[in-house]
Ligand binder design. Sequence first.
Ligand code: DOR
Ligand code: ZN
Length: 422
Amino acid sequence: MKILLKNCKLNNETLNILIKDNIFDYIGKNVPDVDTEYDLKNLTVIPGVIDPHVHVRDLKQSKKEDWTSFSEAALKGGVTTVFDMPNTRPPTVNLQYLNLKREKAKAAKINYKFNIAATSQNIPELIEILDTKPEDVVALKLFLAGSNSNEFVDDKEIIKIIFEISLKYNLPVIIHTELQQCVDEYSLKVKNPTAADHNFIRNRECSVKGTELVISLAEEIGNKIYLAHISTAEEIDIIKENKNKCRVFCEVTPHHLLLNEEILAKAGNFGKVNPPLRTKNDNKRIMQGINDGTVDTIGTDHAPHLLSEKLKDYSEAPSGFPSIEISLPLLLNELNKGNFTLKKLTELTSGKSAEIFNLKNRGKIAEGYFADLTVADLNKTWKIEAENFKTKAKYSPYEGMKGKGDVVMTFVNGKLKYQKKF
Ligand code: DOR
Ligand code: ZN
């Protein structure tokens, strides 16, 4: 099967892209004979988005999301590869539960990999999984604090053991850096908290201290660490300082880049997320971190929960909200505003993740690579209306926001899987 994408805007040139089966076969000015062709009329093409941080749920939480609803949402957002987090029910802590997840993930319409939880309780099980050299396992996930009842590790010696395993098996550790003890201390300081107190309770100090701790341990052990959803200016500074001293990489979410606690008065628990939305100054520093090379990737931390759960009181409502289908449009809007270049955007959304997590022949539009590709219309305007979401979680702290730059087509392994209806 041969498909030709004619008149693609790729790196400021107008080129034709030939896809043969699931691979980019040719990129250039020629017009080869094919089975199907699409005239993209100079729309921008970028590598399919790789999202290294999603919570697909499914299994016992399929009411929140399953692989089918998740895939639809991902495709609408131009996402072609995801890494699923292990804090599912049951959690991905052993081979048996990983196999359950593998069964469910067969319904996926996108590429996927799994992260395995690393806790004080599952070291032998973790090693058992890694000894099978699983191609679908991409990283270990370590939580330094509870966040929706996952197990967390607060013992330095256990963290070191996990880092040794990471080094031995050559797999990065993805880390949620908030420190539980610190969160506990701040929790005691607020009586009758509301969503507006979330940034104080899960205090920035807890994120900063956790980031310092894991960087110092990674310097000692020498393994690769990937700090998820960095939320504070201080952490950007610390990571920047240490990038040359150890193998530290960092991710930011669209919400820590674009939203801050000022929206909580209106958004309430819809904006409750861990780590919390911080301040305007943090938004600014994260954007600088993107442009100075400190930030490696954008991960959505797509974290769907039931609307009924999010409508509970602050203390009862779970943290996290859906974002996979709006992340790329939000970033294209920032591109349109001139906040970063298209080259930077594609580094953040695909190139760097492929590199950090050793994804072979993905993350680039180049001959011989897997044909994962997203077509964007930089002039198309949008308004976020969560009732139209594909995810099962139909609410959003971005509700009503308007912007410019949208996804119009998504190809996964050479197949057109999504096309926007006008
Ligand atoms: O807000 C969050 N939600 N942060 C996390 O670390 C977990 C996630 C979830 O699983 O809902
Ligand atoms: Zn997460």
